[in-house]
Design a binder for this molecule. Structure first.
Ligand code: TXA
Ligand code: MG
Length: 311
């Protein structure tokens, strides 16, 4: 990806004025604003139509910029050294004297932080002197955006500027891990749990008790393409229904959409949201999804599709 400095400077100028700008990241596009500015953070909630009690993730260039806002422990250092920048978000304790806007955290004393790897996001973060609050750049409960056209489709002219960064290489949101006390995963994501477990040398619980939600990304209805989804379908595709497959089939019909030619799960994750958007645009009334193995990124794909199916 070639860096266009003029574009980055334009984004910086707007962010400095507490405006919101959509930015590319390797997971999905984010709707970014100055995390120290109440004005900018209020705008993010309004644009997304996001409930005020759903806190925002804050994006940093590196851990040095984080020190004044959060305290962290050895688990953080281990994971940071191995996986950052990358598709992992940490929930940490917020420091009392941090300047993070109270709108980011909904006045809570925890903060979700991430260090994106996308070169455009990194270049921008390096040039500004505040971190960026940025939820995924889509309307609340809908599918995340994986390219600038997706963002424009959802927000039209409501967003002042969309910083171009091509198609997101991971294509699915970051894995969220709560590192206060015993580590627990709050949202499955682009980084496989097994990699985290291997590094920390302990079994890590996936926390998906809906009555005790602490990451509303866990809410059941989420990531919806706007049409019904049926899961684990092996035969009998209905009229006007698209069939979503992980791997290309030998018999291919016009309503068959495969996420990866050879069934590679990384590639499938990368293509998931854009394919769902495409199916909707082509006018299908529903989507049948094949059975997907619940291993590695398959787990994340199943998580998103199962929430998207709860329409
Ligand atoms: O890959 C990603 O994480 C993307 C890119 C743009 O960085 N961002 C993203 O943001 O997916 P969002 O807002 O769509 O999802 C963040 C999730 C939400 O479910 C939110 O509830 C949760 O993180 N979250 C934010 N702050 C939290 C906190 N302090 N404790 C627990 N969960 C938190
Ligand atoms: Mg989101």
């Amino acid at each position: 990806m070639k860096i266009n400095l003029a574009n980055i400077k334009k984004a910086k100028k707007l962010l400095n004025k507490s405006e919101c700008v959509a930015i590319p990241t390797e997971t999905v596009y984010g709707l970014a604003g100055n995390a120290y500015s109440d004005k900018a953070c209020k705008k993010i909630f309004k644009l997304k139509n996001r409930p005020k009690n759903n806190p925002l993730i804050v994006h940093y260039y590196n851990y040095r910029n984080l020190i004044k806002d959060c305290s962290f422990n050895n688990n953080f250092i281990e994971l940071y050294k191995k996986f950052c920048p990358g598709p992992i978000t940490f929930v940490l304790n917020l420091k009392k004297n941090s300047k993070i806007s109270k709108f980011v955290t909904n006045k809570k004393n925890t903060l979700a932080v991430r260090f994106p790897k996308h070169p455009v996001a990194r270049n921008l973060l390096k040039r500004i002197n505040f971190p960026l609050a940025a939820p995924s750049a889509n309307l609340s409960t809908k599918i995340s955006a994986v390219c600038s056209a997706d963002v424009k489709e959802d927000f039209g002219k409501k967003i002042k500027y969309v910083l171009e960064g091509g198609k997101s290489s991971i294509g699915i949101e970051s894995t969220i891990i709560d590192l206060r006390g015993k580590p627990k995963i709050l949202r499955l994501g682009g980084l496989e749990n097994s990699n985290i477990q291997k590094l920390l040398k302990e079994k890590i619980k996936i926390y998906n008790n809906p009555s005790k939600i602490s990451a509303p990304g866990q809410f059941k209805i989420h990531y919806s393409p706007g049409i019904p989804i049926r899961l684990n379908v092996e035969k009998k595709i209905n009229d006007n229904e698209a069939y979503l497959l992980i791997k290309k089939k030998r018999i291919n019909k016009p309503n068959y959409y495969f996420l990866s030619k050879k069934g590679n799960l990384k590639e499938a994750a990368r293509n998931l949201y854009s394919t769902l958007r495409k199916i909707k645009k082509e006018g299908y009334k529903s989507i049948a999804v094949c059975k997907i193995s619940n291993n590695g990124l398959g787990k994340t794909i199943n998580d998103r599709l199962s929430r998207a199916s709860k329409l």
